[in-house]
Design a protein around this ligand. Structure first.
Ligand SMILES: [Zn+2]
Ligand SMILES: [Zn+2]
Length: 237
């Protein structure tokens, strides 16, 4: 077993040890290994028949929705199982702003089946980096916490060094899609120690896709051929 895998196992087990056996939605008692009671699990809305490129519900019988066939995004695949509303939204806000790091493990474990069919699997997971100032303020990167659980459950390495955020951009919340694109332009650099050709960029929430689009451009320029975007939740239009 590699050092990385041992570390991931310790982190995963400690998350379980800290798990008080209570539903994350309503604090009801649970059986070991469960995160949500039978009522709250139905509150976590998983997006049905998602488009493979934008993650939104696809009304067609193919893999891609009409909008993506007409104007495909830059990346090659997008997976973001949860609809960003209700309980999923509440828990992701706690993960992002209230240091509830155990939620990364619980939420990823609840929807891991949506990430498994990705074949061939990416070579590596690249968490969306925070700027150093933001990381110092918050103390952790929620995207890295999510990537760590995905790494353990799917046995994929995480590279935290290759992708850096060099501009301390304003928060994207409250901005329109075009303002988001402008705000995030040239915010990242990609300098891998080892060249990757197929990666999954990991984030918590996919909103308009402007951050994912900017990172995809940076990665393609750096020689990555296949970019997948993996988020826990997708904001519906
Ligand atoms: Zn519950
Ligand atoms: Zn689509």
């Amino acid at each position: 077993m590699s050092g990385r895998r041992i570390l991931a196992k310790i982190q995963h087990l400690s998350a379980h040890l800290l798990d008080p056996g209570l539903c994350l939605g309503c604090a009801h008692d649970l059986k070991p290994g469960q995160y949500f009671c039978s009522t709250c699990i139905t509150e976590l809305k998983i997006i049905n028949n998602p488009c493979w490129l934008c993650g939104l519900e696809n009304q067609t019988s193919g893999n891609y929705c009409a909008a993506c066939l007409h104007r495909p995004p830059g990346w090659q695949k997008l997976v973001a199982p949860l609809n960003y509303q209700g309980l999923a939204r509440d828990l992701l806000l706690q993960l992002k702003f209230a240091e509830s790091l155990h939620l990364a493990n619980s939420l990823v474990s609840s929807v891991i089946h949506r990430f498994q069919p990705s074949k061939p699997a990416p070579e590596v997971l690249l968490p969306v980096p925070l700027h150093r100032n933001r990381l110092l303020g918050r103390g952790y990167n929620q995207a890295l916490e999510i990537a760590r659980t995905l790494s353990y459950l799917l046995d994929l390495p995480v590279d935290t060094q290759a992708l850096c955020r060099i501009r301390d951009t304003d928060s994207q919340s409250g901005l329109s899609a075009s303002q988001r694109q402008k705000n995030i332009r040239n915010a990242f650099v990609y300098q891998p120690a080892k060249p990757w050709s197929h990666v999954a960029v990991v984030d918590d929430i996919i909103t308009t896709g402007s951050t994912a689009g900017e990172i995809t451009k940076t990665l393609h320029r750096g020689g990555v051929q296949c970019v997948e975007i993996w988020g826990l939740a997708r904001v519906s239009k």
